[in-house]
Design a protein around this ligand. Structure first.
Ligand code: OSB
Ligand code: MG
Length: 369
């Protein structure tokens, strides 16, 4: 395909409520949108990196820079032979920077699929028209506030609740939610690496609450620690931060470090690697679900398509637009009976709303290709 130019749009969208995790509090989402213009189409994607390197070592300013100075030049070197399927190999010499690679690959894939009239879901192999939606609930100032927020989400129809936890906010909130809403609701927790193996006995106190899973209790590179913890608690361990490739997934599964995987395309360099993780996990009988990074409708559309693949058997952090934003960058994703519809149009299947884009854009860089 022939790329004519690439634009980086830095945008800022206020969140409907602050989102607190063990690594920090977000009150807005700042991200870089990548627009790839070809002769016959334009592709869009959004970067998952955050302003500060707290979830992972990646952060937005570094991402813009590596995209401009290190990634795009490697794609330019391919000339018109460039296809979305060649992007990862072309970018392989650059170490790390998965979120930056992912946003470029995704925007190029969107343009390519729009040129050929194929949807993301169709291309990736989605087998469902709708996907079950969960919601990730931040750390609150009080249990009362938490119960009120969870009650609201359940009333909206969310099929699974994920509570963010950290030392000092773990057993009590889980117990309170179970006591109020019962044992039937699907409930899980996410620690974003806030614990160590020395906390195993404490984390085992979550065992009686019959959680679906405990996400990333310990450090990203501590696969052995997770394998050891798995022997000390009965809650299944799910990895997020630790899994950056299909090889990582195979290693973690083989070591017994996890029995479930959170697949975030941004964290692993894009949708093609995400699909390989889906396949590796399926081959091992390990269920996966689609994670999120507070995406706007642009990133959400592609995530929902991925979540339509057969081994995405647990509800994802693929929530409706209004869980994040009063005004989304695309037509809003809405819950229908706890599910979101997989877009069917070409590419990501949603359009960027020009008026909203104008309002939320803080800077634009055009890279003549
Ligand atoms: O660990 O899954 C995470 C958001 C930002 C960074 C990391 C995480 C999250 C979420 C929210 O849990 C998922 C979402 O609703 O997009
Ligand atoms: Mg997580």
């Amino acid at each position: 395909m022939k790329i004519e130019n690439i634009e980086l749009h830095r945008v800022r969208l206020p969140l409907v409520r602050p989102f607190r995790t063990s690594f920090g509090t977000a009150v807005e989402r700042e991200t870089t949108l990548v627009r790839v213009v070809t002769a016959n189409a334009e592709g869009w994607a959004e970067c998952a990196a955050e302003p500060d390197p707290l979830y992972s070592s990646e952060f937005l300013d570094a991402s813009d820079l590596v995209i401009r100075d290190h990634l795009i030049p490697r794609l330019q070197a391919l000339g018109d032979r460039l296809t979305a399927e060649l992007v990862a190999t072309a970018l392989e010499p650059v170490k790390g920077h998965f979120m930056s690679k992912a946003v470029l690959e995704t925007a190029i894939l969107d343009a390519q699929l729009k040129e050929t009239g194929v949807s993301f879901g169709g291309y990736l192999g989605a087998v469902h028209d709708t996907v079950p939606a969960g919601v990730s609930v931040g750390i609150m100032d009080s249990i009362d506030e938490l119960l009120e927020v969870v009650e609201g989400y359940l009333a909206e129809g969310y099929l699974r609740i994920k509570l963010k936890i950290e030392p000092g906010w773990d057993i009590d909130p889980v117990r309170a939610v179970r006591e109020r809403f019962g044992d039937d609701m699907l409930l899980q927790v996410d620690a974003n690496t806030a614990y160590t193996l020395a906390d195993a006995r404490h984390l085992a106190r979550l065992d009686p609450f019959d959680l679906l899973l405990m996400e990333q209790p310990m450090k990203k590179d501590d696969l052995l620690g997770h394998a050891n913890l798995a022997k000390l608690i009965s809650t299944p361990i799910c990895l997020d931060e630790s899994i950056e490739s299909a090889r990582d997934a195979a290693t973690a599964i083989t070591l017994g470090a996890c029995s479930i995987i959170n697949v975030k395309p941004a964290r692993v360099g894009g949708y093609l690697e995400a699909r390989r993780i889906h396949d590796v996990a399926a081959a091992h009988g390990v269920p996966v679900w689609c994670g999120g990074m507070l995406e706007t409708g642009i990133g959400r559309a592609a995530n929902v398509a991925l979540a339509g693949l057969p081994n995405f058997v647990l509800p994802g952090d693929t929530s409706a637009s209004n869980r994040y934003y009063a005004e989304d960058l695309t037509a809003p994703f809405v819950l229908d009976n706890g599910h979101l519809a997989v877009p069917t149009g070409p590419g990501i299947g949603v359009e960027v709303l020009p008026d909203v884009l104008k309002r939320v854009t803080v800077a634009t860089t055009r890279i003549t290709y």
